[in-house]
Design a protein. Structure first.
Length: 340
């Protein structure tokens, strides 16, 4: 009886050590970056620009959004993600294939200048002594977007760089996302969506820049059902995994842009951080997307900066550097450096 008990105990410990490996610890050991959203119970491992997407209690894992494999399902135990040796080996074997080529490149970048035409956005007129000036959001958005566009076109002549508007015209929110979603790129290419806006507040002292991404818990359809071979059971799993990839990539873009802005205008404005919200343009763009609030038109000092060509050149350079840093990370291209 005792013998059987000790044998069972040893077997249990062996299985626990072998089949309940901490993904947090193992990802660090194997040089992988781990991203996990507890709300959707989905996550991603990233290494050398490649991704393995997973969901807890699901046996399907997705390689770079295109290849599927069945393996042991990751589990959540005591608020820790635990996986089996087979799960880790599947990820490691994928990351270490000698002939593994970069499957994805950024094929298109959409720069969206918010508001326009009959929709001015936020606007404020200031009078100091004999001087009077007006800061109107639609104008600042367009000037900034064109500056970012020009830099991207010069740096990436082989990519599609698109402005949703290049003049003072009105576009509905639906038209903006339709432009982004209708862009044709290669099978192994991604599209990025960057929307530029300005802020306003009843608090005249409010100032600074912030970058927004879609709330991770928001549910949307980003895949065509044909991508899952019309399998009704498989489709929601794959769609959820792709949603998680878009969320992770959007957060990365937001972080890179925040860093870029900090480097360029951090001595003149303050970083308000990265935030999540269900803005129309980011929730309806089926791609990694962010919305930038560059400054407050309601703050006289910041409004003066936002109407300055020199300031907008610096701010647009910060946005450009953030986008290019993400592209470099995403594509792992060598020899490209951001502009200082």
């Amino acid at each position: 009886m005792k013998k059987n008990f000790y044998f069972s105990l040893i077997f249990f410990i062996f299985c626990t050590n072998l089949f309940s490996l901490s993904l947090v610890e193992k990802s660090k050991e194997y040089g992988m970056n781990l991203y996990y959203d507890s709300l959707t119970e989905s996550g991603m491992l990233e290494k050398n620009g490649h991704f393995v997407s997973f969901r807890t209690n699901e046996q399907i894992i997705l390689f770079d959004g295109t290849l599927m494999k069945l393996t042991d399902a990751p589990k959540l135990e005591s608020n820790q993600i635990v996986v089996t040796k087979d799960f880790l080996e599947s990820a490691e074997n994928f990351f270490h294939q000698e002939d593994l080529s970069i499957p994805f490149k950024v094929g298109a970048i959409v720069i969206d200048a918010g508001h326009g035409g009959k929709d001015p956005g936020a606007s404020k007129t200031f009078t100091t002594g004999n001087k009077k000036f007006t800061c109107t959001e639609k104008d600042v958005n367009l000037r900034t977007a064109i500056l970012v566009y020009d830099r991207l076109k010069a740096a990436y002549p082989n990519k599609k760089v698109i402005l949703t508007r290049n003049t003072d015209k009105f576009l509905s929110l639906e038209q903006r996302t339709d432009i982004a979603n209708s862009i044709s790129v290669g099978k192994d290419e991604a599209t990025l969506f960057i929307s530029i806006h300005q802020n306003s507040s009843l608090n005249k002292t409010a100032s600074g820049y912030e970058v927004w991404y879609l709330t991770p818990g928001y549910r949307r359809t980003v895949l065509d059902k044909a991508d899952a071979d019309n399998n009704a059971t498989l489709f929601p799993i794959l769609n959820s995994m792709m949603e998680e990839e878009y969320t992770t990539e959007s957060i990365m873009i937001a972080k890179f842009i925040m860093d870029g802005l900090q480097a360029q205008i951090g001595d003149q404005s303050n970083a308000r951080g990265m935030k999540a919200e269900e803005w129309f343009v980011v929730r309806n763009s089926n791609m990694p997307s962010v919305l930038i609030e560059l400054g407050f038109v309601s703050n006289e000092k910041e409004a003066a900066l936002l109407t300055s060509d020199d300031y907008l050149k610096k701010a647009s350079l910060g946005i450009y550097n953030g986008i290019s840093a993400f592209i470099t990370h995403f594509e792992r291209s060598k020899g490209f450096t951001t502009v200082k």
